[in-house]
Design a protein around this ligand. Structure first.
Ligand code: PLP
Length: 291
């Protein structure tokens, strides 16, 4: 990656214990070759956008971090230590308008019974084109029924785990089909989420998103968008949505930290309407968050 801005890397000394971290040279290794986060993808992460030095939706990210840890039966992360590390990374970083902080928390070295944790910070890529021109998506079968989280909790659907190889493969499949991104659909025909984003629709005058009980990650960006929408007079709702709802929606977005709201301009090769004005108001609302 070519960047004029210095990346920052902090290693937490006791990620589940008392606060304390060391600043490392970004080129230095943070984890052992035997760390279960590396050998098994056994760990969790969060990606937090930082705009003008403010970590966006930090409380929601930290709450989800703890929730993911609980789902994986990892020791409860020490919230104060992680929060302090986020601000230390921001303080140590060269000024940049948009950047992101990543929290990584793994089960640690096999047999050591001691988790590993680190925080890094990098400038964000430029997502202006996706935010304004929009993205083409394909619908891909996730191969799971929408009741997966209730019937098979060991599949960890809805936890933000380090096992993202499938999510990356789905994105490559979208690229092969000439699209930019994916919306997963359950075997019983419900819209779920993107490989790294939440689906949001403007449908019948409301702003809606799939129910979080469907084995999907509860999105922090979607939560902020619901707050912005309510301030602007839109009712909001969590619903069971189908590809037909996506087709008839007035507008649709994939939303996530860092990229924010990317309007969907085509689904499976079929062009669909983009609401440029509402997209702009959502993205300015996201960029103006003070916490
Ligand atoms: N769903 C999945 C599977 C994700 O990986 C992400 C983010 O990476 C999201 C949804 C969106 O979450 P957030 O808005 O908190 O970034």
């Amino acid at each position: 990656m070519v960047s004029m801005v210095t990346p920052v890397l902090l290693l937490l000394r006791e990620p589940a214990g008392s606060p304390g971290f060391d600043r490392l040279d970004p080129g230095q290794p943070v984890a052992s070759a035997f760390d279960l986060g590396i050998t098994r993808g056994d760990g969790i992460f969060e990606t937090i956008t930082v705009i003008d030095g403010i970590p966006q939706a930090l409380d929601a990210h930290l709450a989800r971090f703890s929730r993911s840890a609980a789902l994986l039966e990892l020791p409860e992360p020490h919230q104060a230590a992680w929060r302090e590390a986020v601000f230390a990374a921001i303080d140590a970083h060269d000024e940049t308008i948009e950047a992101f902080v990543k929290l990584i928390y793994t089960r640690g070295i096999e047999g050591a019974d001691s988790p590993t944790g680190w925080v890094s910070m990098l400038p964000s890529a430029d997502f202006t084109a996706q935010r304004t021109d929009g993205i083409a998506v394909v619908l891909l079968d996730r191969g799971y029924h929408s009741t997966i989280a209730q019937t098979s909790p060991w599949l960890l659907q809805g936890a933000k785990t380090l096992s993202y190889a499938i999510n990356r493969a789905a994105a490559r499949e979208a690229n092969r089909r000439g699209a930019d991104d994916v919306i997963f659909v359950s075997t019983d025909g419900l819209l779920l989420e993107g490989p790294s984003s939440t689906v949001v629709l403007k449908l019948d005058g409301r702003i809606v998103t799939p129910e979080t009980t469907l084995g999907i990650l509860p999105g922090t960006t979607q939560e902020s968008i619901f707050e912005i929408a309510r301030v602007n007079g839109y009712p909001t709702a969590y619903e069971r949505l189908t590809p037909d709802d996506l087709a008839r929606a007035d507008a649709a977005w994939l939303v996530s930290s860092v990229r924010n709201a990317a309007p969907i301009r085509a689904v499976d090769g079929q062009a669909r309407a983009v609401d440029a004005e509402l997209t702009e108001s959502i993205n300015s609302g996201l960029a103006a968050r003070t916490q």
